[in-house]
Design a protein around this ligand. Structure first.
Ligand SMILES: Cc1cc2nc3c(=O)[nH]c(=O)nc-3n(C[C@H](O)[C@H](O)[C@H](O)COP(=O)(O)O)c2cc1C
Length: 196
């Protein structure tokens, strides 16, 4: 099994990446493969509303990384969306990515591209806007017939400069619990596939 994480931060290997890696540790312990795609240094273009993706199962525009990441998402059993809080919301790159991903799935409904995959969202914040940021990412999962994983608290941790989240022990423990819950759900779903 494999879990793909998309890190929408403009900062490579910053706080959001640390949180994702903390979840990955739990997944790796259970033998689940992981990969993180970091959008830092990339520009994901917004949806052009051309509707050309119908019947194509991917966006038709290929000037950026979208197609490659979307294909990886389709192959994965689980998807983690990570974004730092930027002006009380997800980063512009994550917004652009989710715009296009939502339109592609909407235009290819009968393909059920993400049905019964497992989704989780995480965020890093300096101070305010974390819940809104998480919700923005949950909204994508909730119209894909996906299963969303919770934790012992909302999946956020506090810090401003890279590495600050190491000081937020409750935030890190929330990520570890999220990872353990994700393992539990992925394994249960895998078992139920075998029974079918
Ligand atoms: C453009 C921008 C906007 C931000 N807006 C907020 C905000 O509204 N609320 C907040 O708590 N932190 C805000 N921050 C701080 C980041 O969320 C915080 O530094 C976070 O740890 C960054 O995670 P990263 O290291 O993964 O990039 C902002 C940072 C940037 C660059």
């Amino acid at each position: 099994m494999k879990v793909l994480a998309i890190n929408g931060s403009a900062r490579k290997d910053g706080n959001t990446a640390i949180l994702i890696n903390t979840i990955f540790e739990e997944l790796n312990k259970a033998g689940i493969d992981t990969e993180m795609v970091q959008l830092s240094g990339e520009i994901i273009e917004p949806c052009k509303a051309c509707w050309a993706c119908g019947g194509r199962k991917n966006c038709v525009h290929n000037k950026d990384m979208f197609q490659e990441i979307f294909e990886k998402m389709i192959q994965a059993d689980g998807v983690i969306l990570g974004s730092p809080v930027y002006t009380a919301n997800i980063s512009a790159n994550m917004q652009a990515f989710l715009e296009r991903a939502s339109v592609v799935t909407d235009m290819n409904r009968s393909e059920n591209l993400f049905r019964h995959k497992v989704g989780a969202a995480v965020t890093a914040a300096r101070r305010g806007g974390a819940l809104n940021t998480l919700d923005a990412m949950y909204h994508f999962f909730m119209l894909q017939n996906m299963f969303v994983v919770g934790s012992s608290y909302w999946a956020m941790a506090y810090g401003q400069m890279p590495g600050d989240v190491w000081e937020d022990e409750e935030g890190l423990e929330t990520m570890r619990n999220l990872g353990r819950n994700m393992v539990c759900l992925l394994e249960s779903l895998d078992e139920s596939k075998d029974k079918k």
